[in-house]
Design a binder for this molecule. Structure first.
Ligand code: GLN
Length: 538
């Protein structure tokens, strides 16, 4: 018998950036720890098909799912906090929805009907939400976050679609969580609930009565204020939750559990699961990281360093590895373009115990990154190169050790006589149809006896990709003869996946993005090894 679909819909009101994605992910963690399989989705109101083509300045990092979906960075929080892997179905944008409807119209699938927001757009949204629930065979409950703020023009079709879903699937299969901001007025020492009342009014005006309210506030929202909100917004007092500012986001899960949000959801959705979420390891983790005093400095050299969200998964992965060794990570954000000419900035690089070069596209800042790589290689500073970081470390090596002065990637210099990194269309034959980027999971075989192998403790791994260019195997022997170890290779195509240097305490670079698979309680092996080496270097 097909089990019933259960949905938790998460909306936000008053202001954006409330951290409703974090709260939703923490709900997911609690439910997972009650033995349920949780899938999650983000519905984004923007008209881009996906964030793949957006500037990182607009939407931060592009998070890549294992099946190659280019998605919103919030899905990264979901994967890390719930400790699950999501799929392309997790990410729905207005762009995707509208383009499907318009394509269908061109194909004549609507049999001459006038195409309208309701029902055609809303039907397509509902179809995609259901596809999300069915993306994995074992989903018990699906958390659906609606991007934007209630009242925005853009998100109206999404809200209308979820309103219809309660009507169609039933009360016991749908749960609405609304997040709002509760301002605290320092002058009078008061908590103000009016914006929440307005936001809920707006939502009920659209036909959605929330089943739980999460009040984001600087201070803990007291019982009297909760009662007031409950009365004005037509909810039981135990359906109103305080989510006050906390030093570590991980605590949100514990804060919600203490107020029994998971119990309320389990009861409402009639979920068959464990009576309690076991969070002992999570609590132990929080207590331990709260006590950490020491830190280790890591320089991150990139093009978008002013916006830390552009490197959020890298930053999180570094932090998790640091926590394992009871260290906080102090990131030195270094602008790669500025590094090309700014000697003072270059001096500051010297205070770092490790250097990391994350992924990137385009020529700007590339020479600054190469300069940092040169410094790390020659001075034996722990180094981790990710995607573009690997490509540039091989270019640096080719220029400086192999003596190929004009070595480059054809992404940056089409006429180089030494295209160490090249676009090799034939390498894509048989990999995936149509695509020009290598996206999502690919196999990698590790060579025993290498540092990489020691870190992974495994011969076959899968890692996520998002790039167009590859190491050109034509030059491989030269590199091997001079001390580069190709420690990870794609077994089907023989493309280079990981390299390390023989004569260096920690110089590892990979063509993929390990940052997408790191977890708070289980840092990724390459980050683990890198941070450990940086601590030892100090
Ligand atoms: N620009 C490089 C490529 O397309 C690297 C991409 C990346 O770092 N994600 O191959």
């Amino acid at each position: 018998m097909k089990k019933e679909m259960k949905f938790i819909f998460v909306t936000g009101g008053v202001v954006s950036s409330l951290g409703k994605g974090i709260s939703a992910a923490m709900i997911g963690r609690l439910l997972k720890r009650r033995g349920l399989n949780v899938f999650s989705m983000k519905l984004d109101p923007y008209l881009n098909i996906d964030p793949g083509t957006m500037s990182p300045y607009q939407h931060g990092e592009v998070f890549v799912t294992k099946d190659g979906g280019e998605t919103d960075l919030d899905l990264g929080h979901y994967e890390r906090i719930i400790n699950t892997s999501l799929t392309k179905e997790s990410s729905v944008t207005s762009g995707k929805v509208y383009s499907t409807v318009i394509e269908n119209e061109r194909k004549g699938l609507y049999l001459g009907a006038t195409i309208q927001i309701i029902p055609h757009i809303t039907n397509e949204i509902k179809r995609r939400i259901i596809a999300g629930f069915n993306a994995k065979d074992d989903t018990d409950v699906c958390i659906v976050e609606i991007g934007g703020t209630v009242g925005d023009i853009e998100s109206l079709p999404f809200l209308e679609a979820i309103r219809q879903m309660r009507r169609e699937l039933g009360y016991e299969n749908t749960f609405f969580v609304h997040n709002t901001l509760v301002p605290y007025l320092h002058t009078t020492g008061e908590i103000k609930t009016k914006p929440t009342q307005h936001s809920v009014k707006e939502l009920t005006g659209l036909g959605i009565q929330p089943d739980a309210l999460l009040l984001r506030c600087e201070k803990k929202v007291d019982k009297a204020s909760k009662e007031k909100v409950a009365l004005f917004c037509n909810l039981a007092t135990n359906a109103v939750f305080s989510v006050e500012d906390m030093p570590f986001i991980y605590e949100v899960a514990i804060c919600l559990q203490k107020q029994h949000l998971d119990d309320l959801i389990v009861k409402h959705l009639q979920l068959d699961c464990e009576p309690e979420a076991k969070m002992d390891d999570w609590i132990e983790f929080i207590n331990r990281i709260k006590k950490i005093k020491e830190s280790v400095t890591i320089a991150l050299v990139g093009k978008y360093v002013e916006l830390h969200d552009a490197y959020i998964s890298v930053y999180e992965s570094l932090k998790y590895a640091g926590y394992k060794y009871n260290k906080n990570i102090k990131v030195l954000w270094i602008d790669s373009e500025q590094l090309e000419t700014d000697d003072e900035l270059f001096e500051s690089l010297k205070s770092a115990s490790g250097i990391i070069i994350p992924g990137g596209f385009g020529k700007r800042g590339v020479e600054g990154k190469i300069k940092a790589i040169h410094y790390a290689r020659v001075n034996k500073i722990p180094f981790l190169g990710l995607c573009l970081g690997m490509q540039l470390s091989l270019i640096e090596f080719a220029r400086d050790v192999l003596g190929y002065k004009d070595a480059n990637s054809t992404e940056f210099d089409e006429n180089t006589t030494h295209p160490i990194i090249d676009y090799l269309p034939e390498q894509y034959k048989g990999i995936k149809m149509g695509g020009t980027m290598r996206l999502g999971d690919y196999d990698c075989e590790l060579t025993e006896g290498t540092k990489t192998y020691d870190l992974y403790q495994s011969k076959f791994i899968k890692e996520r990709h998002r790039h167009r260019y590859e190491f050109n195997n034509k030059f491989k022997q030269d590199f091997i003869d001079n001390g580069v170890v190709f420690s990870g290779i794609n077994p089907q195509t023989h493309l280079c996946e990981i390299i390390e240097l023989k004569d260096h305490p920690y110089f590892i670079a990979c063509q993929f993005h390990p940052e997408f698979q790191s977890r708070p309680l289980k840092p990724h092996p390459l980050f683990d090894g890198f941070v450990k080496a940086a601590i030892e270097y100090e």
